[in-house]
Design a protein around this ligand. Structure first.
Ligand code: SF4
Length: 456
């Protein structure tokens, strides 16, 4: 069996499964957020009754992160609905925007979009917050009401996005009927060269198979090249499995996975036991591809979909209005460090927005020093508009007052993960997806640029 099949077989209580089987699996964690949480709660109450209790309050994780720093009252109200449900159900893992469990969330626009407006429990973008807060464990099943839930496959777990109806059912029962996906094999060999990042790996893979090339399939990433990838790198790759239509992305378990998970579960006092899955000799794949990491070059996914792959060095004719770094995919500490490495001592020539995915990342950037400046100060000095309000921000467009949102038809290069028309705001805007290094180089030049031009 493949890694995915082994996890699904275990969760279904079966010795073996094969692709195409329909199996009932037990969920280890159900995650929801402010956009889909209220709808999921509505389904749960409608189907299980107004006074029903969730199947296991310790396995439900609720993370407001999407439409938070906006004066839109309906969006603010969504966070309040989550808080009321958490109180009613006595759910311990709720990462609220405010500290007062009886309060109401109201964004204060008069304080501006750059300065921190969250309390001490707020965790930021759900997919980045889940591992930071110790909720991702090898061998487990994670369901989330968000398509990029697949990011947790970096931790050798089966993680997939589900709709509100399925999530309402999981809330009530802890189970879900799943068709076992076919598995595709991406063997990574070699090592990334300077200026090339994990984002380039996944943009290359999606470019090879197309934005629907993995529809309802598992994308398994393994091979000797994985050892050189950090957990952040693996998260970037697994995150974008859905951009090829994948059901999930999954990596092998190794010492790096173990170190990360053990540290985070200990730090947060979450469940620390888990059982990883390892590769079998008899894995059956429907597709095989070897990616030579040494040969990869800075890559861009062009408007209008993530499969439109080109090399950054061939795209200098695309003039840009805006650059954006942030999101679960591209807003991690390591992403900002590579971004800053290119920008250090230079000035951007187009509007450039930086949105760390989580408050912990804000803290990392404001406390790491390069010489006499923090990384945060280096970015601000380079002309990047950095917000402390960690969250999804303009990755998903959002209400019109969202930080970095494209309210007019602009051309943007972005470290985010999705570029279908209208994704970051105006429906006639264009988004080019790239690594943080390529976004930085392009922000300096005002046109799509290979970051190796700026690396000595
Ligand atoms: S940062 Fe973007 S891709 Fe990630 S969860 Fe938020 S909206 Fe979705």
């Amino acid at each position: 069996m493949t890694l995915t099949e082994k996890i699904l077989a275990r969760a279904a209580g079966k010795a073996t499964v094969q692709s195409g089987d329909n199996v009932w699996v037990n969920a280890d964690i159900l995650m929801t957020h402010d956009v889909c949480g209220p709808g999921t709660i509505g389904v749960f109450k409608r189907e299980f009754g107004k006074t029903a209790k969730v199947w296991d309050r310790n396995r439900v994780v609720i993370i407001p992160d999407h439409y938070i720093f906006t004066a839109d009252s309906k969006s603010n109200r969504n966070v309040d609905i989550l808080r009321e449900f958490v109180k009613e159900q006595d759910i311990p893992y709720f990462y609220d925007v405010i500290d007062d469990p009886d309060g109401k969330w109201v964004f204060d626009a008069s304080k501006g979009l750059l300065n921190r407006q969250y309390g001490s429990n707020y965790a930021g973008v759900c997919h980045t917050a889940l591992p930071q807060k110790g909720h991702t464990r090898p061998g487990e099943i994670l369901f989330g009401t968000d398509s990029h839930t697949c990011m947790a496959g970096a931790f050798n777990q089966f993680a997939t996005g589900i709709g509100n109806t399925d999530a309402g059912f999981v809330l009530g029962t802890g189970k879900l009927l799943l068709k076992v996906p076919e598995s595709m094999h991406f063997r990574l060999e070699g090592k990334l060269q300077p200026g090339v990042m994990a984002k380039d790996i996944i943009l290359h893979c999606i470019g090879e198979i197309g934005f629907d090339g993995a529809t309802y399939r598992a994308m398994q990433f393994d091979g000797s090249g994985v050892a050189s990838l950090s957990m952040d790198d693996r998260m970037t790759v697994a995150n974008m499995a859905i951009e090829a239509g994948g059901k999930n992305g999954i990596f092998e378990f190794d010492a790096k996975t173990e170190e990360f998970v053990n540290y985070r579960t200990r730090l947060n006092g979450t469940k620390s036991s888990y059982e990883p899955v390892a590769r079998d000799k008899d894995e059956k794949f429907v597709f095989e591809m070897t990616v030579d990491l040494d040969k990869l070059e800075p890559t861009v996914a062009c408007h209008p979909d993530p499969g439109q792959r080109k090399k950054a060095k061939e795209m200098g004719h695309i003039k840009l209005d805006r650059a954006y770094i942030g999101s679960c995919t591209g807003g991690k500490t390591s992403d900002f460090l590579e971004f800053a490495r290119v920008l250090n001592g230079r000035k951007v020539v187009i509007d450039t927005f930086g949105v760390p995915a989580t408050p912990e990342i804000v803290h990392d950037l404001q406390s790491s020093r390069w010489g006499d400046k923090t990384v945060w100060e280096i970015l601000v000095a380079a002309g990047v508009q950095m917000t402390e309000n960690a969250g999804c921000a303009a990755c998903l467009g959002g209400p019109v007052d969202t930080f970095g949102r494209m309210n007019t038809p602009l051309i943007c290069i972005s470290a985010t993960n999705r570029n279908f028309p209208g994704r970051m705001g105006h429906k006639e805007s264009q988004v080019f997806l790239a690594s943080p290094s390529t976004v930085a180089a392009s922000a300096l030049a005002g046109k799509i640029t290979d970051p190796r031009e700026y690396l000595s």
